[in-house]
Design a protein around this ligand. Structure first.
Ligand code: FES
Length: 154
């Protein structure tokens, strides 16, 4: 079961909607914010809270790449790999991140601080190539600027 603080947050989301299942995305975000990822063990208690079958909740988590089901990191760097960003410099962005952080996509830095997560369109195509650090969105403007941005996250 969930810790009281998280349970209060989930109940708040569930009570907001006319039908419990409508709160599923907000609840998954709350779980991810709490743990840094969506632990597998959290899915059954969430399904029970929402009165949904477990496999429904599992499918939702699997469908959205904004939910991280594996090793957590303090900061998730989501890199858009969709078509516009692909053609406007996604590869350079990934290379710069890999060089700076010394990790590959899907990996976490040894201090647990950063994780590179390739995702589909982040909805900011006019700024391509785009990446996000947790909830902050940035346009990739070269390695130097990237390092400056990353240094803000301590
Ligand atoms: S294609 Fe990258 S943000 Fe849309």
């Amino acid at each position: 079961m969930f810790e009281q603080e998280l349970l209060d947050k989930l109940s708040q989301h569930i009570n907001y909607f006319p039908r419990k299942e409508q709160a599923i995305l907000l609840c998954l975000h709350a779980i991810q914010d709490h743990y840094g990822y969506v632990p597998r063990e959290s899915l059954r208690p969430l399904a029970e809270l929402l009165d949904l079958p477990l496999n429904h909740v599992e499918q939702v988590v699997a469908f959205y790449d904004m939910f991280d089901r594996e090793t957590p990191a303090k900061y998730r760097i989501r890199v858009c790999v969709s078509v516009v960003c692909h053609f406007l410099g996604k590869q350079e962005l990934l290379k710069a991140l890999e060089k700076t952080l010394k990790i590959k996509p899907g990996e976490v830095t040894p201090d647990g601080k950063f994780k590179i997560v390739p995702v589909q369109c982040l909805g900011a195509c006019s700024e391509a190539p785009v990446f996000m650090v947790n909830e902050d969105t940035y346009k990739f403007e070269g390695e130097e600027k990237l390092n400056e941005i990353l240094s803000r996250y301590t």
